[in-house]
Design a protein around this ligand. Sequence first.
Ligand SMILES: Cc1ncc(COP(=O)(O)O)c(C=O)c1O
Length: 447
Amino acid sequence: MSATAEMLGHATAVLALDRSRALDARAATLMPDGIGAYSQHRAPHPLYLTRAEGARLYDVDGNGYVDFMLGAGPAILGHRHPAVLEAVQTALMSGLPNIAVTETQIELAALVTKLVPGMERVRFVPTGTEAVQAVIKLARRATGRKLIAKFEGAYHGQAENVCVSVAVPASARGPIASPNRVPYHCALPDELAALTLVLPFNDLEATRALIEKHANDLALVLVEPMLGFAGAIPAEHEFLRGLREVTARHGVLLAFDEVITGFRVALGGGQAHYGVTPDLTVLGKAVGGGMPLSAFGGRADLMDWLSAEHHPDDYVFQSGTFSAFPMSLAAGLATLRLLEATRALPDMLALGERARAGLRRIVAELGIAADVTGLGSLFHLHFTGEKVRSGREAQDADHARSCALHEALLAHGMYFYVGRLGFLSAAHTAADIDAMLAATRSVLAET
Ligand SMILES: Cc1ncc(COP(=O)(O)O)c(C=O)c1O
């Protein structure tokens, strides 16, 4: 049993999860797979949680965990951070409804545009899915072109036009220089799929050739500076620089999807980390500090297409009942102010490095073939003898072993997004990382 498991009250390395299991049985009669959304999916069943505090989660069976999932990323300051709680409570008690315009919105827009290099103007929406779609709409209007491009292995939300080649069975992939368009768990009509070009991540030569081939039709290239759900796989500097060059040369707009990397790899996100400025940017997760908030923005001349005043006859319609929700804006502002004013982010980056270095040491000492990836406060362990540079290579690793590791870590008091990347918050400590590393070593040594 690890020190943390002891600290959190785990009597043994075998967890009692009886109440969670019973609730799951009831839920299964009400919702597909017993869950409100696939993001809650967890084998063999989800844990029913009662509360969260800092970097800790507590479940209905009385177990406590160190949280390395953080709701898939938003809670960058940790759970129940006092500054965020106070901001949300104030917004709640003000009674203001959605669509109310507040000064908080101006303050958050000012901070986002100050921190993120490519965002001269910004708009707010509830989810990353909506922000990605707004950027696609905008790019089509601004360029008059129809085709969009995304990278194999990248996730850009729930809409059909980007649920293409998120994860692809080896038999369906096609050549690396021209990956197939493969629907991701949806019945994507061919007509829609034909409008989404798939590019090979971290392969500049092939990407350049595909962009040049389709340049006359291509409105937008969407890229994650680090593939998130594919397993924290960073873009290579030369690749992003080359992508910026070829898109600019052909009048193709370049959008960074920084839903995961925003405020997590640097205050200015992946674009600050790499020193490459896109035309458009999508933010999500951390920008709302745990509340539903995403944002998109970019060059002022492009964002002007959203202006009904500048383009009365042909502006791009971007709206939403819960867009720019007052409580979400308040949580986002409190979060970003704190990140800007304190050492929270540099400390988190150091913990991320500690986690990655520790994992590398453990697999080397145990003689396990593995590649540790990630950037900033994000990390992942791929079981493979190869260096992982793309979603394809991540899939060729032993994903089942990553899932088994995360499932086994639960009994040591470590809560991971099973098979996915690990997230850190400002509430994690070096002791949390060391406990996670000790638990990982003990699981890997036994399996
Ligand atoms: C890179 C990336 N883009 C877009 C999205 C979609 O965001 P949301 O789940 O808020 O719709 C996600 C979600 O995880 C993501 O990781």
